[in-house]
Each structure stands twice: as structure tokens, then as C-alpha cells.
Ligand binder design. Structure first.
Ligand SMILES: [Zn+2]
Length: 385
């Protein structure tokens, strides 16, 4: 069997990387970028900081801050209108996963016909996406989704009535400017929720079906960094080393999940679209339950993770190591201030049937190491409740 691997994202990483904005924009011929962000990023002053740097570099940026916490199609349409009105020639995504994903969808919409539902990855939409779209620079202000190095945009579309994954190598930003200073102001709860997303990406990618030894190696290292540095980043927000390592863990996770994700993500998506909860937070709560479910299929792989993550008990038998890993991930939640159960976030039992139906429709579990049915999804929600 022939396999093909590629990691073409250009990443400019480190404290002060924001000051490379001009040298990132020039070769891409971006002079008038649409800066796609959200109100939170504007309110905490980060958008001002980026605008100041952009102007210093001779750019003429245009602001678009109307992105919802779980982005919807309207955000993309409004952004497209702003792009056209502003006569823009490129896109800067600034924020967490929501602005970055919306920025990707806007650059797609500039050159590709509507409706967006035709690009749904579940319907093989990638085949309809060409390289012809405006250039994009991504700047993350959270350490979680790693969308700055990823190939997908997740948008809730009315036509599909769910979080819809649009996936294409062409959606990948041309440059990721990864500056940990942009993440220093994240409050503890956001740090914890987004960090748990990064951790989940690495763990699910390592366990995902498919042959990808490059992603496997990246995922093991990303999982180790995320577990080691997340508590520090949550409790000492100004710890630049912890912030840097978490930003790297997030990018490693997103590179690794080119291989695939798993049932945690399929269960988490309806918790956002139906129960309006934070993606990463729900991933963190679901992760131990799904690992328990997957354990019979991947005991040895769970030990690999436990060893890489330097978990006490990881040197025992595979079964003991898997047990120790799951226990450690359970213990991590209270350590970073996240509740252990979905019920504590207001999820009620009556939502489970509708969410299980959406979860089974979601594409992520197709690479889960143990096949899941709708009844399995419902049972997993029940356990996590
Ligand atoms: Zn995620």
C-alpha cells in the first residue's frame, strides 16, 4: 500500500511573532486584510494590538468582529459582505477556533459559489474546493483548536442543522503567526477548556484508525506537553513558558488530527449545537468515558500514551497502564477547575436522544478505534451526565 504524508504549514512561533506580520503579509501580497475576530478579542485589546502592528507594517486592515462563539453561516455571509465592502485582498484570522474557522470559510466564500452545505466533508465536499482563494494569516489567541495550522472549518449551517466540517488542504492558512504573548490574558476557565481540547486532539489522533506514524509521533509529544503544562497555564496565567508549550501542544494536536479524531468529538459537537456548551470543556469531560469504551480495542495504544505522558503506573501491564491513564485524565478535570460531569453544566437527560442522533451523523467517529452505534453514543452521554 502506498501512503502520502505532508506537513506544509509555515509556522512562525515564539514570543513577539506578531512583529513578523508585515514580513508574512508582503510575499502573500496582502495590503488590505480583513481581520476576522470576535468581540471578546476586541474587548480585551488584542485587536488593537494587531491593528497597530499591521499599520506599522504598512497594511490597511479592515475589522470584522461579528463571529458567534459557535460560528453560524450568517457570520460567514456578513464577513463576505465586509470583505467586498472593504475591497480586501486577504484575510487575517485572529482569535480562538471560532474566528479562525470563520476566516477560512470567508476566504472560501470569496471565490466559491454558495450554498456552503455543498462543501460538507461528509458529502465529499473537499472535491469542490480549489486552491483559488485569497491568502490567509492565522493568529491564535487561545491554545486549543490549533485551527491556525488545520485544514478544516467547522460552521453550523441551516441546511445541515449541525456543526458542519468543511475540510480541504486549500483552507490551511498560508502562515500561522504563533505568538504566546497573545494568549497571556486568557482567563483560567478558557485556558482550561481550550487546553482540554488540545489534549483531546492529541489523544484521539493517536488512537484514531489509519496508518500515519508521523502524526502518531507528533500526537504522543503533544499529549505529553498538554498534560504537563495545562495546570500551570491555568493557575499561573502569565507563565510564558507554560503558555508557549500549550500553544505548541495545540498546534501539534491539530497537525496530528489530520490523521483523524474519534467519538469524543462526535459526542462534543451536539453539546455545542444543541446544548450551547464550550467545545473543549465538553471534550475534557467526555474523554475518560470514551477511553473506557475504547479500551478493549486499543489497550496497548493507551499504554503508549501513558508512557509518553509520564503517568504514574504506566510501566505496568498494558491494562494497568491504560487504567492509570484514564484515572489521571479524570483527576485532571478538578485540577483545572472543570466539572467532572455534564450535568453540572446544565445538560439534562431529555436531550440525550436528539444528541445521540446528531453524534452518530457526525463524521469524526468514523476513525474511532472501536465502532460506535447510536445506542453507544446515548450510553456514553448517560455515563458522562
Ligand atoms: Zn476539538
Amino acid at each position: 500500500m502506498i501512503s502520502t504524508f505532508s506537513f506544509p504549514t509555515r509556522i512562525v512561533f515564539g514570543r513577539g511573532a506578531l512583529r513578523e506580520l508585515g514580513s508574512a503579509a508582503r510575499p502573500l501580497r496582502i495590503a488590505r486584510p480583513l481581520v476576522v475576530t470576535d468581540r471578546g478579542v476586541v474587548a480585551c485589546g488584542l485587536a488593537d494590538q494587531v491593528f497597530e502592528e499591521a499599520r506599522r507594517a504598512g497594511l490597511d486592515p479592515v475589522l470584522f468582529a461579528e463571529v458567534d462563539p459557535n460560528p453560524v453561516e450568517k457570520n460567514v455571509l456578513d464577513g463576505l459582505a465586509a470583505y467586498r465592502r472593504g475591497n480586501c485582498d486577504g484575510v487575517i484570522g485572529l482569535g480562538g477556533g471560532s474566528p479562525l474557522d470563520t476566516a477560512k470559510a470567508i476566504r472560501l466564500a470569496v471565490t466559491h459559489p454558495f450554498p456552503l452545505a455543498q462543501y460538507d466533508d461528509k458529502l465529499d465536499g473537499a472535491a469542490k474546493i480549489s486552491a483559488n482563494m485569497p491568502p490567509m494569516i492565522a493568529m491564535a489567541t487561545t491554545a486549543g483548536t490549533g485551527s491556525e495550522v488545520g485544514r478544516s472549518a467547522v460552521i453550523i449551517l441551516p441546511a445541515t442543522d449541525r456543526k458542519t466540517v468543511i475540510f480541504s488542504p486549500h483552507l490551511m492558512p498560508n502562515v500561522a503567526l504563533a505568538d504566546p504573548e497573545l494568549t497571556l490574558g486568557m482567563p483560567p476557565q478558557v485556558t482550561a477548556g481550550t487546553g482540554l481540547d488540545a489534549l483531546t486532539h492529541n489523544v484521539e489522533a493517536y488512537l484514531a484508525l489509519g496508518y500515519h506514524p508521523l502524526c502518531d509521533a507528533i500526537a504522543l509529544h503533544g499529549a505529553k506537553l498538554a498534560l504537563r503544562y495545562l495546570p500551570r497555564a491555568v493557575h499561573h496565567g502569565t507563565d510564558l513558558e507554560a503558555r508557549s508549550q500549550m500553544l505548541m501542544a495545540a498546534m501539534l494536536g491539530a497537525v496530528a488530527f489530520q490523521k483523524g479524531l474519534g467519538a469524543v468529538h462526535s459526542l462534543a459537537h451536539p453539546l455545542s449545537s444543541i446544548a450551547h456548551l464550550h467545545h473543549g470543556t465538553t471534550n475534557g469531560i467526555l474523554l475518560p468515558h470514551v477511553l473506557e469504551f475504547n479500551r478493549p480495542a486499543v489497550t496497548v495504544r493507551l499504554r503508549d500514551l501513558a508512557v509518553a505522558m509520564e503517568i504514574d503506573g504506566s510501566r505496568g501491564t498494558p491494562a494497568e497502564a491504560a487504567e492509570a491513564l484514564i484515572a489521571r485524565l479524570r483527576a485532571l478535570l478538578p485540577e483545572v477547575g472543570i466539572p467532572s460531569h455534564l450535568g453540572a453544566l446544565g445538560v439534562t437527560r431529555d436531550l440525550i436522544p436528539a444528541m445521540a442522533r446528531k453524534a452518530i451523523e457526525d463524521a469524526c467517529h468514523q476513525s474511532n478505534p472501536r465502532p460506535c452505534t447510536e445506542a453507544d453514543m446515548a450510553a456514553l452521554y448517560e455515563k458522562a451526565l
